[in-house]
Design a protein around this ligand. Structure first.
Ligand code: C2E
Ligand code: MG
Ligand code: MG
Length: 728
């Protein structure tokens, strides 16, 4: 209140008085009296003049004669009244009848002074009138200010972005601002008188009961409490509501009456303010989503997967149920990324995610674990075969060619499966077991699925041991070169050999390359091992040469990591020079991956080797992704058809078509073709009919030690080995 009073301008102006009488002498005497007493007074002779003056200017007080010819005093009073003028009228009249006085007062006169007047009495009455007028003026100013202030507050409250409300002491709305209609779809009238709980989401009622009708005040009152309000479903036409609840942040305080006589203040209700926090909630959700999802595929990430798996394990344990964890790794994905670019790699991953999702139930969780690795949680699996069936379905769907930017890309994946509780009972062990099983699929030819078993665990846990032992193997001369013959199926003569490494592990006996070459590649130990292999093979070739055996070409497998080394070419040439061997003794077998990894660099190096007469063969041909255009960049002499295609020849599947296609392509590109993995006569005949003149496989001979091979070469040199070799 004090603040409002302070806004009222002080009345400093001198009051203006109008004297109205038909008698000029009376006018003059009154005017003088007033002026002598410090008042400003203007005369108006007669009622007509008086009305003119009143219309032209504002006066604070009027001394009015009643009986005037023409427009009389009563008419002037009526004029003042009808115009709502705030002027104080003191009737100064010779008419003293009760009814005249009464009439004048009922017509709005402030007071009555009889003529002839007593100067003292008149001045007192005038002063009282002016004081009263001043008080009235001040009250009016105060009222105006209050009205303005209320208007302003009402404007602020109604235009507030927040919901502002007042509750009575029983929790019913006594005020609620316009914002409510916009945010909640309820009209103000619908809510006034209603209990606040009608707006509260049922799950938040308990909290709301503590804070919405807050009784506390000051620092203890409710601040920043999050609640959900119900949105009026029927009001959807008013505003677009994409949800049924409105998240808000609430501030509320209790309201009390001033202290009464008993010294207690009475609780009269609550004032509160609720802010719409939809945007903040959405942002929080987005941040939350990003923290638990992979942005490329939109799938759950590792953290969310592990969380879901943890819950599923608890659930399965309680219900004595099984669940399966699947670990899926895309085969040769790195090749796509390296050769076709990361954008294409990203597209492929998105397509994989979609295809895998297409094979799942709603309750399964597919997550991107990282890179090209996906994990899958299949809860409530009644038997192991069901998980196997899902894996098969996924593998089939991933095998379908993918068309991106006019390119046809063939892909596959390796899948490992771990069952709860057999293969692990915690998140870590289940994921690890599935990973181990996947790793086994990878090293056994990829594109398949396998369930985890304990034996795998042993071989996996020796991963580190393998690395440690491999370091020692070179030193302790545990590696050995084996040779496998390549035979011309028409003449049945040995036309070449492939050098294949073997490891005589002190405890594990003979370890095959698939069990340690991938680890050697990962740890780059393949560089010294490859050097040793090349050296040992050349040494053996020299031994054959010294014995005068007929000259044959020997293939040596080379890893991508070796080609990447700066001194790769130099080391090969130096070794050949050391043994005084010409390049045409040697063929290097490189996989498509090895060629594509660092395409430019590899092509340039291989061209230098090719210039020295060394042949280049593409190993495991047909299993890579890439288009064949790359072949032109490399000095390729031979295509080796991968064993997996030869294996299925008899079953007349699509694999035979691939063999046919590769044969036709080799012929077209005038390349030498070798079929590897020929085990049966049927396979032999099929390959032979395609015009393939070089065959490698168990049908003609398994890889054998250098000494056994040496003996074989001697027999051949002595002419004792005339026909096809069926041994081993
Ligand atoms: P690869 O170069 O494709 O070698 C052919 C593999 O197929 C050899 O396996 C061979 O024993 C096997 N094989 C040949 N004919 C048949 C058959 O009729 N049936 C079956 N079931 N298998 C047959 P191996 O010796 O176990 O070598 C596996 C892979 O290890 C090789 O595949 C090659 O990629 C790699 N490797 C072997 N030695 C070396 C090496 O010195 N350096 C490098 N970098 N890799 C090597
Ligand atoms: Mg090979
Ligand atoms: Mg091969």
């Amino acid at each position: 209140m004090n603040e409002i009073l302070a806004d009222v301008p002080e009345m400093k102006k001198k009051p203006k008085i109008l004297i109205v009488d038909d008698d000029a002498a009376m006018l003059t005497s009154l005017r003088m009296l007033l002026q002598l007493n410090g008042h400003d007074a203007e005369p108006a002779q007669g009622g007509e003049k008086a009305i003119e003056r009143l219309t032209a200017a504002d006066y604070d007080l009027m001394l009015l004669d009643l009986q005037m010819p023409g427009v009389g005093g009563h008419e002037v009073l009526q004029h003042v009244r009808s115009k709502g003028l705030g002027i104080k009228v003191i009737v100064v009249s010779g008419e003293t009848s009760f009814s005249a006085v009464k009439d004048a007062l009922t017509e709005g006169a402030y007071d009555f002074v009889r003529k002839p007047y007593d100067a003292g009495e008149l001045l007192t009455t005038i002063n009282n009138g002016l004081q009263s007028r001043e008080l009235e003026r001040q009250r009016k100013a105060l009222e105006d200010a209050l009205e303005e202030s209320e208007k302003l507050h009402r404007y602020i409250v109604n235009n507030s972005p927040d919901i502002v409300y007042v509750l009575d002491n029983e929790g019913r709305f006594t005020f609620i601002n316009d914002r409510t209609e916009n945010l909640l779809g309820y009209k103000r009238e619908e809510l006034l008188g209603q209990h606040f709980s009608m707006l509260i989401h049922e799950d938040d009622l308990v909290v709301a009961n503590y804070v919405f009708n807050e009784r506390r005040t000051g620092a203890r009152a409710c601040k920043d409490v999050e609640l959900r309000l119900n949105i009026n479903d029927e009001a959807k036409t008013v505003r677009y509501f994409d949800t049924h609840v409105l998240p808000i942040e609430l501030h509320s305080v209790g309201m009390y009456n001033p202290k009464g006589l008993d010294g207690n203040s009475e609780f009269i209700g609550t004032y509160g303010c609720a802010r719409d926090i939809t945007d903040r909630k959405r942002n929080e959700e987005l941040i939350n989503y990003q923290a638990f999802h992979d942005l490329l595929t939109g799938l759950p990430n590792r953290a969310l997967f592990e969380d879901r798996l943890k819950l599923a394990i608890a659930h399965a344990r309680r219900g004595k149920e099984c669940l399966a964890v699947i670990y899926l790794d895309v085969d040769r994905f790195k090749l796509v990324n390296d050769s076709l670019g990361h954008a294409m790699g990203d597209k492929l991953l998105q397509i994989f995610a979609e295809r895998i999702l297409g094979c799942l139930r709603a309750e399964d969780t597919l997550a991107r674990f990282g890179g090209d690795e996906f994990t899958l949680l299949l809860p409530q699996i009644s038997k192991q075969e069901n998980a196997g069936a899902v894996a098969k379905k996924i593998l089939e769907s991933l095998r379908l060619p993918i068309h991106i930017d006019n390119q046809e890309i063939f892909t596959s994946a390796s899948i490992g499966i771990a069952m709860f509780p057999q293969s692990g009972e915690t998140v870590e062990t289940l994921v690890k077991s599935a990973d181990i099983a996947m790793y086994h699929v990878k090293s056994n030819g990829k594109d398949a699925h396998q369930f985890f078993n304990e034996e795998m665990n042993n071989s996996y846990t020796c991963h580190l041991a393998v690395e440690r032992d491999m370091h020692r193997a070179l030193e302790h001369k545990q590696f050995e070169v084996f040779f496998q013959p390549k035979v011309n199926p028409n003449s049945c003569q040995i036309v070449g050999m492939e050098a294949l490494i073997r490891w005589h592990h002190p405890e594990k006996k003979l370890v095959l390359p698939n069990d340690f070459i991938p680890i050697a590649e990962q740890t780059k130990l393949i560089i010294p091992i490859g050097d040793w292999m090349f050296h040992a093979t050349c040494k053996e070739i020299c031994r054959w040469r010294e014995q005068g055996f007929p000259k044959i070409k020997v293939s040596i497998n080379i890893s991508a990591i070796q080609i990447e080394q700066e001194d790769f070419v130099k080391k090969i040439i130096d070794t050949l020079d050391d043994f005084n061997l010409s390049g045409d003794y040697i063929e290097l077998e490189i996989t498509e991956y090895g060629l594509m990894k660092n395409r430019e660099n590899a092509a340039q190096k291989l061209r230098r080797l090719s210039a020295r007469g060394i042949s280049i063969a593409i190993d495991d041909f047909g299993t890579g992704y890439s288009s064949l255009s790359y072949l032109q960049d490399f000095p390729v002499n031979t295509l080796k058809i991968d064993r997996s295609f030869v294996k299925d020849i008899e079953s007349e599947t699509k694999e035979t078509c691939i063999v046919d296609a590769i044969a036709a392509m080799a012929k077209g590109l005038k390349l030498h073709m070798v079929a590897e993995g020929v085990e049966t006569v049927a396979q032999l005949n099929y390959i032979k009919n395609l015009g393939c003149v070089e065959i490698q496989g168990f049908l003609f001979g398994k890889p054998q030690s250098a000494q056994t091979t040496f003996d074989l070469m001697r027999q051949r040199a002595d002419g004792k080995l005339e026909s096809c070799l069926y041994y081993g």
